[in-house]
Design a protein around this ligand. Structure first.
Ligand code: ADP
Ligand code: MG
Length: 657
């Protein structure tokens, strides 16, 4: 509240006290009335509030009232109604217009709940005040013009109160609002107390009624002096459309208050205002019924909105491709179809399980750890495994959000596929790195071996007829160098650095050519069964590499059949592909082994026996030649490797040895 306002209120109170003390002072009376109107004009000019016209109109109403006072005091024996009454009534109209202007065009006029609430609250106040404070209107004027004018005073004032209450229902109002509301209340009381029964009551200048009228002037002037008048009747958006039972409660209180006041009248004043009581009750009951209807309508509207919202969120819940689960204290009480599909449980089965029961035993600690953080966090995410109903494992990324009342929602994303891809990527990156390394070493190593071989050959040539046994030793060196050179060829092929000699090759020749070598390789315990197609099976590849493929596969087959068996090699065509199938009746592989056999350096053989490069070399060659390799195996009963290479459309010349 501005300093000027406090000062003016204090000064006003002091003047009123003096006025009452001296038994009425005309100078003080007219002075206070006129100063209030002047201050309102000054306040409006100084603060330039929005809708300043409203304040000017209120200033005008105060001037008219002060003018009416002067007229009344000039004619002590005034006729009723007389000139002052005209000034007073016009002053009321100017006040109401002023308040309307302050409410402005954007005022939520169509908020019928609030309109009815204002009516109800005003009616409750007015009827109880009337019955409590005012004497019965024993007007000798009856239904004459004068009689109606006496009624008009309190009615107009009450209308002003109703408008102010309507503004108050907008919510937070500034000091200026409360001052203006405070200014109109004593006016209403005084007008009701004095004017209406004025015809029977003698008015004493300087009595308490003067205090009420003067106080009204002062409060009204103070309202226009406070800077908060700029925010007068500002509606707060958040208060719009709020449905509340406010009016209904006011109505209920009003009805009770009317009955109480009625009893008071009968017991204390020994009279009954049955007409007033009845009118008040009827008005309030009608307003309450209307209010309830509006309230019900509002509730219905809210229900429709809620249903619509529920439908939308249902749709998300039902159709989301990720699993969603709502629950309290870790129980998955509400789960969506995506989650049912992911884990294989039904909604009812989820509802009777704690989420830890579905969590992979090794990941429970992970969850507990995350849980520990929940005191500090309202959400967290965790990568964990779930155990499906069928016992399978589901890798999931879970986002969990917790409400303060421990309602939690989990968004469960199946990341099994993503993990597989990541695993593959890691694998191929590893392969690449190893391939580059191996290729680089093999290249240099091969050059060194060429030198070793060359010098061995030179030595052998020089040693003609030598009996010292050096020949066998040098031949040993040369054989070892040859094998080393072979090994580097494999490494090079694996590293894809070898210079290729690509040409059209008949796969049948490859097999036929290596048959005798293969027989020696696999030994007597193993039977070789080679079957080739009658027609040519021509592919575009490096023939040496194809030899390598067949030999590597055959060597592995032999090693898989320590107690003998059958090695089957088939060459056919199928759907535009050449097919080379190498099968054995050996030990086969378990799933874990099968998944890794093409990895370089992967071997199940004891240290020193396996290099782990056989199959990765084969894989490299096949890929380099534009083909694919597959394996099917059964533990204990054998393995078949199937190599598919694209057939050459029209073979140019088919060399048949
Ligand atoms: P290495 O033979 O040096 O171990 P390979 O790359 O040739 O390396 O083979 C990798 C692994 O694949 C072998 O250790 C073996 O466990 C498995 N394997 C390959 N071929 C067969 C087969 N025909 N039968 C069973 N296991 C096989
Ligand atoms: Mg091998």
């Amino acid at each position: 509240m501005a300093l000027a306002v406090r000062f003016y209120l204090l000064a006003g109170a002091a003047l009123i006290a003096v006025h009452l003390a001296v038994g009425g002072s005309l100078a003080i009376y007219e002075g206070v009335g006129l100063s209030a109107s002047v201050l309102i004009f000054l306040g409006a000019a100084w603060y330039r509030p929005p809708r300043a016209l409203g304040w000017l109109s209120i200033g005008l109403s105060q001037s008219l009232a002060a003018f009416g006072d002067i007229l009344g005091h000039l004619h002590t024996t005034r006729p009723f109604p007389g000139p002052p009454d005209i000034a007073y009534l016009v002053s009321f109209a100017a006040f109401a217009i002023g308040v309307f202007l302050l409410m402005g065009r954007n005022f939520p006029w169509r908020d019928w709940e609030a309109n009815l609430d204002a009516l109800l609250i005003t009616a409750c106040l007015a009827f109880t005040a009337w019955m409590l404070f005012f004497d019965r209107a024993d007007s000798s004027y009856g239904f004459t013009a004068a009689g109606l004018i006496t009624l008009a005073y309190p009615l107009f004032a009450t209308f002003g109160v109703a408008l102010m209450i309507r503004i108050g229902l907008l919510g937070d109002q500034p000091v200026a609002y409360w001052l203006l509301l405070a200014s109109i209340l004593p006016l209403t009381l005084a007008d009701g107390q004095y004017v209406q029964p004025a015809l029977n009551v003698t008015y004493h200048f300087g009595s308490w009624v003067d205090a009420a009228w003067l106080g009204s002037y002062v409060l009204c002037g103070a309202a226009a002096l406070d800077p908060s008048l700029r925010r007068f009747a500002r509606s707060r958006l958040r208060n719009r459309g709020r449905s509340s039972a406010r009016g209904v409660i006011a109505g209920g209180i009003g009805l009770v208050a009317l009955r109480v006041v009625d009893r008071y009248d009968v017991i204390v004043k020994h009279r009954a205002e049955s007409v007033l009581l009845g009118a008040g009750q009827v008005l309030i009951v009608i307003a309450v019924v209307a209010r309830v209807l509006l309230y019900v309508r509002e509730l219905n509207r809210q229900r429709v909105l809620a249903e619509d919202s529920e439908r939308r969120f249902r749709l998300i819940f039902e159709r989301a491709p990720i699993g969603i689960s709502f629950g309290r204290d870790g129980v998955m009480s509400d789960t969506n179809p995506a989650l049912h599909r992911m884990l294989g449980y039904s909604a009812a089965e989820f509802a009777e399980r704690h989420y830890l029961e579905l969590t992979h035993p090794d990941d429970r600690d992970l969850d507990m750890q995350a849980q520990m953080d929940t005191g500090r966090l309202d959400h967290f995410s965790v990568d964990k495994r779930y155990v499906k109903k069928d016992g399978g494992i589901l890798y999931a990324h879970v986002n969990i959000a917790l409400e303060p009342d421990t309602l939690g929602v989990s968004l469960i994303e199946d990341v099994t596929q993503r993990r597989e891809l990541e695993e593959q990527l890691r694998q191929s990156q590893k392969m690449d790195a190893i391939g580059k390394l191996a290729g680089g070493i093999a290249h240099d190593f091969n050059n060194l071996m060429t030198a070793v071989l060359g010098y061995s050959d030179l030595l052998l040539a020089k040693l003609n007829g030598d009996e010292s046994g050096s020949r066998e030793k040098i031949e040993g060196i040369r054989d070892a160098a040859m094998r080393a050179s072979d090994l580097t060829r494999q490494l090079l092929a694996f590293g894809r650095r070898q210079m290729l000699e690509m040409r059209d090759v008949d796969m049948r020749d490859v097999v036929v050519r290596s048959e005798s070598l293969l027989r020696r390789l696999i030994g007597e315990d193993i039977k070789l069964d080679a079957v080739v197609a009658p027609e040519p099976v021509v592919v575009h590849a490096d023939p040496t590499q194809l030899d390598q493929v067949v030999i590597n596969l055959a060597v592995n087959a032999r090693e898989a059949m320590p107690d003998g068996g059958t090695l089957t090699i088939v060459v056919t065509t199928e759907d535009g592909n050449a097919v080379l199938a190498v099968g054995d009746t050996g030990v086969g592989m378990d799933e874990e082994t099968r998944d890794r056999i093409f990895e370089p350096f992967f071997t199940t053989k004891p240290f020193g026996e396996g290099t782990g490069l056989g199959l990765s070399t084969v894989d490299g060659i096949v890929a380099q030649s534009g083909g694919t390799i597959g394996v099917s195996t059964t533990e204990g009963s054998g393995t078949v490797f199937t190599v598919r290479l694209p057939l050459v459309e029209a073979p140019a010349t088919v060399p048949v040895d």
